[in-house]
Design a protein around this ligand. Structure first.
Ligand code: HSE
Length: 355
């Protein structure tokens, strides 16, 4: 049976939730998917580094109120990210550090070190895929490994994989989405009479907002997600400078309530469309959508993306866009994809060569 050794970079909500899935569902997943998962290394800004090549016992770590790896066998107080990524013999690096919208670091380096070392990467971080997606994908190809990032857009809801794998033979002319749960939640609270600051605080308390909620409120989070999505759908190489970006800070509760009275819903929309000359036009802005629009009914923390296609008309994918378990599921789906693309093929070839 195939088994993948994982190194978890960042042990906040998302990688912890992945560890929980491995502890709680490991056996079922093995039975269903045909491979096992073992965590051999964890690094974390606060807890330090823990390496156990015979497999880390995850349950006590998940039960601990506060983690400090330095007193444990195989533990040290500093997060030794580069050493773990490059030198610890793991098969897959699960990268779940914070997104830095300016230059994507340190996640971009994490991904690069892993791919250079011949390790597969799955990441929920938007920075590497949005800002250096093409170069990192080429690096992965040169090294015979996979760079997967489903969780960067709409958490575990498989919007990128749908775009990549399910639309063969269709022409997509435009893609538009509500891709930020925090701003959508805030707009919903404004509609109910709450003010912006209180609504932001509530979204932060729920754990959906970015470390700095400016990215949610001012649209930069959607801008990164739209770069990833448009590059996937149109093979474009959009940069942040290519995407005009307006957030929701200029929308008042009165605007939202007035619109609702007229059957309109304000949504922070990210849109990308192919121009007749083949280039891609993309923008992020609040739009008052009429009730019948496929994105108008996306409420609260839900996200949705509508693909406008030639043969099917509009196809929409909707589901959760954030949340620790939902995002951890994205990592699991990336690991399944790595297995399907690489592991299962290698196992079949090995079996065939033995025959
Ligand atoms: N802050 C993001 C959101 C989290 O609210 O959608 C997921 O990228």
């Amino acid at each position: 049976m195939t088994r993948y050794d994982l190194a978890l970079i960042g042990f906040g909500g998302v990688n912890r939730a992945l560890a929980e899935l491995i502890v709680e569902r490991g056996h079922d997943l093995t039975a269903e998917l045909g491979f096992g998962l073992r965590v051999v290394a964890i690094t974390d800004l606060r807890a330090g580094t823990l390496v156990r090549l015979d497999g880390i016992d995850l349950a006590p770590l998940l039960a601990a109120a506060e983690l400090n790896f330095s007193g444990m066998a195989g533990g040290s107080p500093e997060p030794r990210n580069e050493w773990v990524i490059r030198d610890v013999p793991a098969d897959i690096i699960a990268e779940a550090t914070f997104t830095n919208p300016a230059d994507g670091e340190p996640a971009v380096s994490h991904v690069r070190w892993a791919l250079e070392s011949g390790k597969h990467v799955c990441t929920t971080n938007k920075g590497p895929a949005a800002l250096h997606g093409r170069a990192l994908r080429e690096l992965a190809t040169r090294n015979g490994v996979r760079f997967e990032f489903e969780g960067a857009v709409m958490s575990g809801t498989p919007v990128l994989r749908t775009a990549r794998r399910m639309f063969g033979g269709l022409t997509v002319s435009r893609v538009e989405g509500v891709m930020n749960g925090t701003s959508n939640y805030i707009l919903g609270r404004l509609e109910k009479g709450m003010d912006l600051a209180a609504a932001v605080a509530e979204a932060q308390a729920l754990g959906y907002a970015e470390a700095d909620p400016t990215a949610d409120v001012e649209g930069y989070d959607v801008q990164l997600k739209l770069m990833i999505l448009a590059n996937e759908v149109f093979g474009a190489s959009l940069t942040r400078a290519d995407i005009r970006c307006v957030g929701i800070s200029g929308i008042t509760g009165q605007d939202v309530r007035d619109a609702a009275g007229k059957g309109l819903r304000w949504k922070l929309v990210g849109s990308a469309a192919r121009r007749p000359d083949g280039t891609v036009e993309a923008w992020v802005a609040p739009v008052a959508l009429p009730d019948g629009h496929p994105l108008a009914g996306v409420s609260g923390l839900m996200n949705a993306v509508a693909f406008h296609t030639d043969l099917l008309g509009t196809v929409a994918v909707s589901g959760p866009g954030a949340g620790r378990t939902e995002t951890a599921y994205a990592l699991l789906s990336d690991i399944i994809s790595i297995h399907e693309r690489c592991g299962a093929k290698a196992a079949a070839m090995e079996g065939a060569s033995r025959v």
